[in-house]
Design a protein around this ligand. Sequence first.
Ligand code: SF4
Ligand code: SF4
Length: 102
Amino acid sequence: MPLWRQPLDRDRILIRHGIVNIIDDRCKGCGFCIEFCPQNILVISNRTNTKGYHPPEVISGMNCINCGLCALLCPDFAIYIEDGGEHTPENVVPIHRHEVQG
Ligand code: SF4
Ligand code: SF4
């Protein structure tokens, strides 16, 4: 839904951007990074690593906000984020979120 009101300092707000790096052969396919990414930008890939697991892949890299949660949660240090600088909110595509039915 488009918002008709915008914050007055909108031009001054910048959003951090991260560049996601996945080390395929370290991944054990646990899915933690996919499950907990707040931007929902990771999915299971069709690739198979040397251990026989499917590592994650990035589906909308521009939406990574460099929160670092995926790297923090990964038990095998198979994912890390590089600083991609900052950009204006216009470059961030809104993410559809599923509502939890009570
Ligand atoms: S740094 Fe945050 S937003 Fe980016 S992929 Fe990892 S969990 Fe998702
Ligand atoms: S958290 Fe780490 S080991 Fe688990 S699926 Fe993601 S990259 Fe692979």
